[in-house]
Write a protein that binds this ligand. Structure first.
Ligand code: NAG
Ligand code: NAG
Length: 344
């Protein structure tokens, strides 16, 4: 028997100490229970106050209002209205107000504008940001503050307030994605490819285009980094981002998966949920690899890939990396686009 698992010999003698512990435990439990009651109340309140029915037994909130009602309320920023409404590649990046001053400027000033049309989807309007010279990191990257210059030009952010009616403070990503897919295809039906990413993703858009060039957008494609869990044929990581062809977007829209809770059941994990919806249409994930068999969409940072699988595993034609701080996104931009490849 392990020493740690032995029964203490003098249990009876320590009864005084025990009862003190019981009292302490009791107090502790009451605090925990009160806290849980408060959280439950706060959650209900925040959801009720945003004007939606919320059934706590449902795993996730789903938009109960009709799509047309929700869509008529969505605000499209001036910068987004100036972008082309047709082309090869439409990119949409999910964000939330708490990242408007940090992750949004990093993504907006780097890869997003290399898509034919690149937009943020958030719940609130996004202010113009300054062309910043630096991002300071206080302790942790999530506290990153964008530091603005004095004599900056303001840059306007292309965004739509797609998530205006969905509360931010709950695991509602799946609902957000259903809404985003329908909104995107109904508003911008004239692109070949639709790429969904997060606000902590970095994308080498030229590599994405080169990969897609070989494929036919009139066939239903669902491309990214495949995870083989939860669903028989797997699903694509949401963080590495995934691409849907025009035909896949069209099938999603025509089958009305937005409203069909049988084919498209609610799921706590948006990427699993979307994989399941698409599987109901016989659209299955395609793991993007190059001729060397290397992964192109990465759900991790480059240093994490190297640590797990060695530097040979990072593809020269890598498309995306994930879990990056704003500072890391700026660094990747610098090393990918500004620093020349040394020649001997
Ligand atoms: C794309 O949109 C522009 C206007 O934004 C229009 O002039 C052009 O004809 C469109 N091209 C196609 C192929 O629809
Ligand atoms: C390392 O490679 C394995 C097998 O291809 C893959 O499942 C895993 O995600 C990779 N690790 C990272 C951090 O990318």
């Amino acid at each position: 028997m392990l020493p740690g698992k032995m029964i203490p010999p003098n249990r009876a003698n320590s009864s005084g100490r025990c009862s003190k512990e019981v009292k302490f435990c009791g107090l502790f439990c009451i605090i925990i229970i009160l806290q849980m009651m408060y959280l439950h109340w706060a959650l209900r309140r925040s959801i009720v106050s945003s004007g939606h029915h919320y059934n706590p037994s449902e795993e996730v909130y789903l938009p109960h209002a009709s799509f047309d009602q929700i869509a008529s309320d969505i605000e499209i920023s001036d910068a987004a209205q100036l972008l082309p409404t047709n082309g090869t590649l439409f990119c949409f990046v999910f964000t939330a107000p708490k990242y408007h001053r940090t992750r949004v400027p990093a993504v907006a000033s780097t890869w997003l504008s290399r898509c034919d049309h690149g937009q943020f989807f958030s719940s609130k309007p996004i202010d113009d940001y300054g062309v910043f010279s630096d991002i300071f990191l206080s302790k942790e990257s999530k506290n990153a503050q964008v530091v603005l210059h004095h004599d900056i030009q303001q840059a306007a952010v292309p965004y739509s307030t797609v998530f205006k009616t969905i509360p931010d403070d709950y695991e509602l990503l799946f609902s957000k994605t259903l809404l985003a897919l329908r909104y995107t295809y109904r508003t911008y039906p004239d692109f070949d490819w639709y790429y969904k990413a997060d606000d902590d993703t970095f994308v080498i858009v030229e590599h994405l285009r080169r990969y897609l060039d070989k494929l036919d957008p009139s066939k239903p494609h669902y491309i990214g980094y495949r995870l083989n869990k939860h669903i028989p044929r797997g699903y694509h990581s949401g963080g590495a981002g995934y691409v849907l062809s025009r035909a896949a977007m069209d099938a999603f829209d025509k089958a009305d998966l937005y409203s069909d809770r049988k084919k498209c059941p609610p799921c706590k994990y948006e990427d699993v949920g979307i994989g399941r919806c698409l599987a109901s249409l016989n659209i299955h994930p395609k793991n993007a690899r190059n001729a060397k068999g290397q992964t192109l969409f990465n759900p991790n940072r480059p240093d994490q890939v190297i640590q797990s699988n060695g530097s040979d595993s990072v593809a020269a034609d890598s498309i995306s990396f994930h879990h990056l701080s704003p500072q890391q996104i700026l660094n990747l931009q610098l090393f990918t686009y500004s620093i020349e490849r040394p020649t001997k």
